[in-house]
Design a protein around this ligand. Structure first.
Ligand SMILES: [Mg+2]
Length: 82
């Protein structure tokens, strides 16, 4: 986990994105990415097996989970500094 957090910090620093990472922006980003994850299950009742059988769906769901986790990690990393 430390390695992932270090790589994430480096990624952000290289792009000079730190200025955008306020508590409000990060909290909103977590909610937005969570909504993107939920969109995959709106109007259907797909099972884990169903997701796994559909490669495109599986990749899209994994991407949204990663987006949520990235913003949660960023929030945690920055909060830990203060
Ligand atoms: Mg996303």
């Amino acid at each position: 986990m430390d390695e992932v957090m270090k790589r994430l910090e480096k990624f952000v620093k290289e792009r000079n994105w730190e200025k955008y990472h306020t508590p409000k922006n990060l909290a909103i980003s977590i909610a937005i990415e969570s909504a993107e994850l939920m969109e995959h299950f709106q109007w259907n009742d797909i099972s884990f097996e169903g997701i796994k059988k559909d490669n495109r769906k599986k990749r899209e769901v994994e991407d949204e989970i990663a987006d949520v986790m990235i913003y949660c990690l960023l929030f945690s990393i920055i909060l830990k500094r203060y």
